[in-house]
Design a protein around this ligand. Structure first.
Ligand SMILES: [Zn+2]
Length: 254
């Protein structure tokens, strides 16, 4: 090896060592803190959700057995609470009605226009709020419906049903069910939420209570959040729960 080459190698070696040293001691730019999971004040932030207070105007819906209050009034009270809770989570809420008046006295036409409103406003989801009734006064508990064949609606119905059961802890545990409701024939995930039974005295009292209505609204907002988390796959572990929810939903209702 010639002297010149030796020197060049030494110089190259030294330069390399200096570079290594510089790399070791120079302060690295601070890495932005990346949380393990996105911090969710709410994953609903920025969404548009259509909240439909069922019935209205001439269409009173079911009637509470004891208080004789019409379903349309209770639906509106709960829908307004749902609106408030969703807005707190950054959602733009589209209400199909904010008072007793409806688009039309003709039921089908009225529902069509409600759906048209949701479409025009580019809603991401539709939640239709109702109260249930049954000939047996023993029936109780919330019941969520989705349209057969709509997988995303089915998932949404499942997360809502779970959230409602968990929050309200009704005597009767229910699974979300397929239901053939016209308002559910939307292109977006759409569900019909029967908050409870007006034909059940004890449940009627609860459903008329503002605090209970507020609990329902919290559960609805929670259920929608869970749906969004599952759908966007932000939570890998819960994804499995979502599958479980789906498989449990065909349970027949008595
Ligand atoms: Zn109804």
């Amino acid at each position: 090896m010639g002297k010149m080459l030796k020197e060049r190698l030494m110089i190259t070696g030294c330069a390399f060592a200096v570079l290594l040293l510089l790399a070791a001691v120079s302060p690295r730019p601070a890495k932005p803190a990346v949380p393990a999971r996105p911090v969710m004040a709410s994953c609903l932030n920025g969404m548009t959700i259509c909240v439909d207070a069922g019935h209205g105007g001439k269409d009173g819906g079911a009637r509470a057995m004891d208080s004789r209050v019409w379903e349309r009034e209770m639906n509106l009270a709960v829908a307004k609470q749902v609106q408030e809770k969703l807005e707190q989570r950054g959602v733009k809420v589209i209400m199909t009605r904010t008072g007793e008046s409806t688009f039309s006295d003709e039921k089908r036409e009225d529902l069509t226009q409600r759906m048209e409103l949701a479409r025009e406003e580019k809603a991401d989801l539709l939640l239709s709020i109702h109260m249930n009734e049954y000939r047996s006064r023993k029936e109780s508990g919330p019941q969520v419906f989705y349209r057969m064949g709509q997988e995303e609606s089915r998932l949404l119905a499942g997360t809502l049903q779970s959230a409602l059961i968990e929050t309200l802890q009704p005597e009767k545990k229910r699974s979300a069910l397929a239901g053939d409701y016209y308002i559910l024939s939307m292109e977006i995930p759409s569900v019909l939420i029967e908050c409870g039974f007006l034909s059940n005295s004890a449940e009627e009292k609860k459903l008329l209570d503002e605090n209970y209505q507020s609990l329902i609204a919290d559960a609805v907002a929670d259920g929608v959040e869970e749906f969004v988390r599952l759908r966007t796959g932000l939570d890998g572990e819960k994804q499995e729960t979502g599958e479980n929810l789906l498989s449990g939903e065909e349970a027949s209702e008595t």
